[in-house]
Design a protein around this ligand. Structure first.
Ligand code: GRG
Length: 299
C-alpha cells in the first residue's frame, strides 16, 4: 500500500493541481472571433463552473504515480474535463434528465436555451480531442490517448451507459444491470482518466493494469456515493437538486441494496482500489488519499 499522506498535505496538493487545471481550462476557452460570443459564454459558464475536477485530478495524480511531472499531462486532464462537462450539459437537457441546476449555477440550457446548450456540448467534445492531439507529446502517446478517450466516451461506454440508464427508468433491473450501466456511464471516464495519466507518464503494462483495477473499484464506489448523496445529501453543497432518482423511479444502489449495504459496498470497493496501488509505492499516496475523499465527500 502507498505511504500515508496527511489530510492537510493532500488538500494542498489537490488545491495546487486544481488551480493548474482551472487556469488551463480558462486559457483553452479564450476563443477567437469565429466562435460566436453567446456560444463561448455558454461553454465557459459550464466548463469553468466549480466542479470537483475529480477526473483531471486522476489524470495528473496517475501521471505523478508513474514518476512523471503532472504538468506534462495537463492537456489530457483538461480534455477529460471537457468530455465530462459536455456529458453533463447534454444530461441536463429536458429530453434527458431535465435538470435546471448544475455546479451551483443554472444548467447550460436553463441559461442559454437548448440549442446553444447542445452546441456547447458538441464544441467541448470536439475540443477535447484537439487539446490532446496538439498538447500531448510524443505523437504516439497523443494518438493512444485520443483513441482511448474516444472509446470511453463512445457507444460502448459513456453514451451506451446513458442510453441503458434512460431505459432502466422504465424497465428496472437488478444489481448486475446496475453495475453494467455504471461501469460504462461513470466508470469508463474515471478509468480512462487514470489511463491517460499513465500513458503520458510512461506507465508499464503492469502499472496500467493496476490503474485499471484502482479505477474500476473507485468508479463504482463513486457512483454508489453519488446515489447516496442524491437520496440524503445537501442540495446546496451539491450544487444540484437532490431526490430526483427516487422521484424518477431510477435504478440506484440504495434502491437495490438499501443505504447501509450500499455504504458498506462502497467502503469495500475503496479498500480494494487502494490495495491495487501497491505497485507504485509512495508515489501513489495522493491517489490513495483521493480514494478516501471519494467515500467521505459530501458534494
Ligand atoms: C449525455 C452522453 C451523456 C452522458 C451523461 C455524466 C452523465 C452521463 C450523467 C450525469 C448524471 C449522473 C448522476 C451521473 C453519475 C455520476 C456522475 C458522472 C456525476 C457527475 O460527476 P461529478 O460529481 O460532477 O464529478 P462535477 O460537477 O463535480 O464535475
Amino acid at each position: 500500500m502507498a505511504a500515508e499522506i496527511d489530510i492537510e498535505s493532500f488538500a494542498e496538493v489537490a488545491r495546487q493541481l486544481r488551480q493548474q487545471v482551472d487556469e488551463a481550462l480558462a486559457r483553452y476557452t479564450e476563443y477567437d472571433a469565429d466562435c460566436p460570443p453567446r456560444l463561448a459564454e455558454a461553454i465557459r459558464h459550464s466548463l469553468l463552473a466549480p466542479g470537483k475536477r475529480l477526473r483531471p485530478m486522476l489524470v495528473l495524480m496517475s501521471c505523478q504515480a508513474c514518476g512523471c511531472d503532472a504538468r506534462t499531462a495537463l492537456p489530457a486532464a483538461c480534455a477529460v474535463e471537457m468530455v465530462h462537462t459536455y456529458s453533463l450539459i447534454h444530461d441536463d437537457l429536458p429530453v434527458m434528465d431535465d435538470d435546471d441546476m448544475r455546479r451551483g449555477r443554472p444548467s447550460c440550457h436553463a441559461k442559454f436555451g437548448e440549442a446553444t446548450a447542445i452546441l456547447a456540448g458538441d464544441a467541448l467534445l470536439a475540443q477535447a480531442f484537439e487539446t490532446i492531439a496538439t498538447g500531448i507529446e510524443p505523437a504516439a502517446a497523443a494518438a493512444r490517448c485520443c483513441a482511448e478517450l474516444a472509446m470511453a466516451a463512445g457507444a460502448g461506454n459513456l453514451v451506451g451507459g446513458q442510453q441503458d440508464d434512460l431505459a432502466a427508468e422504465h424497465e428496472g433491473g437488478g444489481i448486475e444491470q446496475l453495475e453494467r450501466i455504471h461501469r460504462r456511464k461513470t466508470g469508463a471516464m474515471i478509468n480512462v482518466s487514470l489511463r491517460l495519466g499513465g500513458i503520458v507518464g510512461g506507465a508499464s503494462e503492469r502499472e496500467l493494469a493496476a490503474l485499471d483495477t484502482f479505477g474500476s473499484n473507485l468508479g463504482l464506489a463513486f457512483q454508489i456515493v453519488d446515489d447516496l448523496l442524491d437520496l440524503a445529501g445537501d442540495a446546496t453543497k451539491l450544487g444540484k437538486r437532490t431526490g430526483k432518482d427516487l422521484s424518477h423511479g431510477k435504478l440506484t444502489f440504495p434502491a437495490v441494496l438499501g443505504s447501509e449495504e450500499s455504504r458498506l459496498r462502497a467502503q469495500q470497493l475503496i479498500d480494494e482500489a487502494k490495495t491495487a496501488l501497491a505497485v507504485f509505492g509512495s508515489r501513489a499516496s495522493a491517489l490513495e488519499a483521493l480514494a478516501d475523499y471519494v467515500i467521505d465527500r459530501d458534494h
